[in-house]
Ligand binder design. Structure first.
Ligand code: PLP
Length: 473
């Protein structure tokens, strides 16, 4: 057939729109997206005819399958950009994968608030304006023992707000060993600068003494600051000044002591076999005036920065203009309130808060999951190109929390025979529910600690999809 005639075989846009398979698309995909997909597909076929790379038969085949390709294109275009993934990395608080999960009961509370009006800033007693922070203040105080509390968008914002309120145009003394950078864009010195406080670092990288702090105090000093070195540890010949040792000093000079705890642990996790980490309650009990921490790290809630401590400082913060800029929305407040409620009963917290449940999960339970997932994979009987094993390994806490902690775990390890592992892993990420794994020494690791049973089917399908792609079928 001549080239010209091939063009005439391409159906018109209206004809395509009339097909049942395309009409079905219009039930859930915006018309514009469907139309764009039709036009692009037609354009592609025209290009192929002009390019003369395909045989006449192949072109006719393409034209016959045009509906299928339009559907694929429209579905892809219509898929949400922010979507769920399977976290098979074993990093529990994975910042790139959204840190902490919230459970369905918490989500029900968020939904209730999201689809209805609420008393977000309304005092039901008086019928007049209320404060969005009031909903959380009591429960945070009850759990932590702090006098007052407030919540902002994240911990970075909390640190800026605290310093800007308590030490604007003043000097803040911090140990050099605590000048941390967290996740690239959060550097303690840079944040301090934004707040209008000026940083005075004392001591050396590995050693800071109490007298380093005392020597740096002068009439311009506004506060003493402790920063939890979340994501690294200085080991060996080291010494640092504990917040407890700073209490007599801050009292002697009548200065506030601020502590950025980073992770915000509210229960002692050492009884679950996890490295001891100072809790928020302890810092406050020792006499730290203001403590800040993240909501979505070890606390296991939504993204927030919690500020808790002396009432006079919290009250001043509420009047700081930054507060308006950093304020949390109603979904966040409802998710945080529901998460915090679990902390009134520690047993419930470690069971119901997904981050904590994953961290304290025992090896037997992880192994049971590994055996179950492997048997689902075996049922699928992938051929010899894929070898499936269960191996011992280690999970990580993540989120810059407890960097040295290695949690014993079980992984399913996939070894490919004569096929590209890199390409396989790549295709796992391209599955409609992307599966994020660990690639190590040319093998793919799936850590069962961070995988839910409800995800087993998706994983088996994803492996099947990726394997077929690598094989080119
Ligand atoms: C993680 C962390 C922060 C930043 O908290 P975000 O909630 O991510 O803004 C600040 N300080 C410390 C010590 C941290 O560990």
């Amino acid at each position: 057939m001549a080239e010209k005639n091939l063009f005439t075989l391409i159906p018109k846009v209206d004809e395509i729109l009339d097909k049942n398979s395309i009409k079905e698309l219009l039930n859930y995909i915006p018309r514009k997206t469907v139309l764009d997909s039709i036009r692009m597909e037609i354009e592609e076929i025209r290009g192929k005819i002009k390019g003369k790379i395909l045989s006449e038969e192949e072109i006719i085949n393409e034209i016959e399958n045009i509906d299928f390709k339009i559907k694929k294109r429209a579905d892809e275009k219509n898929a949400y950009k922010l979507k769920r993934v399977v976290n098979a990395t074993g990093v529990v608080i994975h910042t790139n994968l959204g840190r902490s999960l919230i459970n369905e009961k918490i989500m029900d509370n968020v939904k209730e608030i999201a689809i209805n009006y609420s008393n977000l800033e309304y005092d039901l007693e008086t019928g007049s304006r209320g404060s969005r922070y009031s909903h959380l203040e009591e429960i945070i105080a009850e759990i932590t023992g702090g006098e007052a509390a407030m919540v902002v968008n994240n911990n970075a914002a909390a640190v800026i707000l605290v310093l800007s309120t308590m030490a604007k145009d003043k000097e803040v003394i911090v140990s050099r060993g605590e000048l941390v950078e967290i996740g690239g864009s959060f550097r303690i010195p840079d944040v301090m600068e934004q707040s209008g406080a000026s940083l005075v670092s004392v001591g050396t990288t590995n050693k800071t003494h109490l007298w380093d702090f005392e020597n740096a105090i002068n009439e311009n000093t506004g506060a003493l600051l402790k920063v939890h070195t979340s994501n690294y540890r200085i080991l060996g010949f080291t010494s640092n000044v504990d917040s407890e040792e700073l209490i007599p000093l801050k009292e002697k000079y009548n200065l506030p002591l601020i502590e950025d705890l980073g992770s915000g642990v509210l229960i002692d996790l050492s009884k679950y076999g996890i490295e001891y980490e100072p809790t928020v309650q302890e810092s406050l009990r020792k006499g730290v005036d203001i403590v800040t921490f993240s909501g979505d790290k070890l606390l296991g809630g939504p993204q927030v920065g919690v500020i808790v401590g002396k009432k006079e400082y919290i009250q001043a913060m509420k009047k700081n203009p930054f507060t308006r800029a950093f304020r949390v929305d109603k979904f966040t407040i409802s998710a945080l309130e529901a998460t915090l409620r679990y902390y009134l009963d520690e047993g419930a917290a470690v069971k119901e808060i997904p981050t904590l449940a994953m961290l304290v999960m025992c090896l037997e339970e992880i192994e049971k999951k590994a055996i179950e997932l492997k048997s689902r994979m075996d049922e699928k009987s992938f051929d010899d190109s894929l070898q499936i094993n269960i191996e011992d390994n280690f999970s990580e806490v993540g989120g810059g929390s407890l960097p040295l902690e290695k949690l014993p775990t079980k992984c399913i390890v996939l070894t490919l025979n004569d096929l590209s592992t890199q390409e396989f892993e790549n295709n796992l990420r391209k599955f409609h529910i992307p599966i994020i794994t660990r690639l190590y020494k040319d093998r793919v690791y799936l850590d069962l600690r961070t995988i839910k049973e409800e995800e087993f089917d998706v994983i088996v399908e994803g492996i099947s999809f990726a394997l077929n792609k690598v094989k080119g079928v």
